[in-house]
Design a protein around this ligand. Sequence first.
Ligand SMILES: Cc1ncc(COP(=O)(O)O)c(C=O)c1O
Length: 321
Amino acid sequence: MRQAMAEAEVGDDVMGEDPTVNELQRISADMFGMEAALFVPTGTMSNLIAVMVHCRERDDEMIVGDVSHIHIYEQGGSAQLAGVHANTGGRVLPLTFLQEVRALADRYGLSVHMDGARVMNAAVAQGVHPQTILQHTHTVSVCLSKGLGAPVGTMLAGPKDFIARALRCRKALGGGMRQAGVLAAAGKVSLLDMVGRLEEDHRNARTFAQALLDFDPLFAVDMATVETNILRFYLKEPGLSPAEFCARMVQVGEGEEVALGQGVQVLILRDRVRRNMSAVQLLRVLVHVRISAAAEDFLLQVEKGGGKAQVPVMSPPGRAR
Ligand SMILES: Cc1ncc(COP(=O)(O)O)c(C=O)c1O
């Protein structure tokens, strides 16, 4: 990827003259089964642009999932900057559900935008072409910088007139980049080469989940939910708070470097408490291309009951180590 970036042919993309950006946009549109695509710096900006183009009037409304990224993690940009109000709903995942959402939207003349930040993971997990998923949406935002490993970049795709307007919005938001070909070159590697290795991340996530299960009774993992590179689990031990557990996991424990030949920091995120789940807090691990050998070492040690498993990291306070 770094090599491709170094060798990228560039031009002024604000003038539409960067050949590498143009090629990435063509590749994306073809891959997603859309008429056109636009390279934007981030997933957040891509979703915001989609809202701005779909909902042209200030005080227009949109319907989003109540735990969706756009609703919780994007600083309310659609309300702050686009003047669009959100009504919240549920989760959208299975293909049949997408089909129903699209039929409903068509009946009421609404547009469906998918925040497909990780839609490639979803396609790989379901063993389908991305177009099988995206045929049910009018527009989509696909991140290149998550599981696909690019340093920055998101592809916003949809009909030609939508992308033409999106281009104006991108400029208004300060997202027009000049010699962006160096970044688009990385994006091309993401779409053309990195999708092929996503299954590896999914496998590593399942291995991680299995290692946690084997460490019972501290963790609760529903293996059926580990479909992609995202793994969610609960701490069952009331004496160890999720915050304390996460803090311990980033520490390199005493003796760990001797046992493993290296220190391994495991960054675990705490998800927001969901409805009907106030007693336990969900923890989230994302496996990606830069987490491979180190994680495997760590997992091996957990499975063997040695290394990090023996240091305070896994031991609730008051328990024998
Ligand atoms: C589902 C989803 N949508 C959008 C985004 C925003 O992407 P970015 O961090 O590039 O703004 C993220 C980021 O993690 C995400 O997970």
